[in-house]
Write a protein that binds this ligand. Sequence first.
Ligand SMILES: [Zn+2]
Ligand SMILES: [Zn+2]
Length: 138
Amino acid sequence: MSGETRELVDNMIKDLKKHKVLDKNCNEINTENIKEMHERHEKEIEELQERCKHPRHMISSWLQDYWAPGHMSDFQVKICRKCGKEVNRMMWCQECGKRMTSYMWKSIIGGMSYCKKCAKKVERRNEIEQRKYEKSKK
Ligand SMILES: [Zn+2]
Ligand SMILES: [Zn+2]
């Protein structure tokens, strides 16, 4: 192990001890329990969401979705406040700006959402671009 790697590993072990994943003698403490707890919670939430009838008065208005804290995604969602499940999603067609709910948008190309009509158009355009690109390489 190089000195740098050694230091990295030492820091990692220090960190694990600090967070009580490892004890003084580097034996694992209860890591499995934490994992199990997460899994149990996930399962409980899943079951709650499956059981939930998402009563209308518990459905939120349109909320901005974030794919990470502080990072807005380009769609809005309605959430059941009882079970936390996303019950509807609204996006905007990246081509014509039409609003679409979960039940309308079908086509996502390269992570972008399009209405069905525009999706065809964009697909065709991408094909032409691709062909042009391949020609230019020759
Ligand atoms: Zn619900
Ligand atoms: Zn469109």
